[in-house]
Design a protein around this ligand. Sequence first.
Ligand code: ZN
Length: 188
Amino acid sequence: MRWILIILFCLTSCITVNQEAPNESGVYNYSQNVHKLDLNIATAIQKQYAPNATIYLEYDQPLTWGIMGLANQLNPHTYLIQLTRDNPYPLNTLFHELGHVIDGEAGKLGFKDPYTWNGVKCNFKQPWSDRPWEQSANVWRDSLLHSYQNEQLEYYDYSSERFLKPLRYLELKFRFPKTNDGIRDSIY
Ligand SMILES: [Zn+2]
């Protein structure tokens, strides 16, 4: 059983995407370590909510302990989203980080130093949970999760999930046997 899971994991990790035009808007699996399911979902969200954004997505990043994901702007309309390698619920984090990108594209979150929220300099002395841009990203996370689960993502091909979803579930179950408990349910 363990070897079957390893093989499945390898197969689903090696799916490649076209990188011929990385500057066009879209979501790019730059380091080839983003699961196809997550990439498809992120692409559908980008198309629907941030159509002019170019997003580079990288998983398995060695982020500081306690940081599950990061969103940074590289250039106007160009973003890098990084997720930590120790993340049993990557979609939750991905949706949160995409929320920052959506707010960036809407002009609410300014990524240039100093960071701004609705035109006002961000106060990083506030506790994380009191920061309005983080609260907004959490609202996006919940809203995107709801849309995804209720088949409301306009550009998402839900028929592709028949194979990808169980594979993704098995992969995460294998990597995080203790934390993945059946889970919310099936999507992770
Ligand atoms: Zn955040």
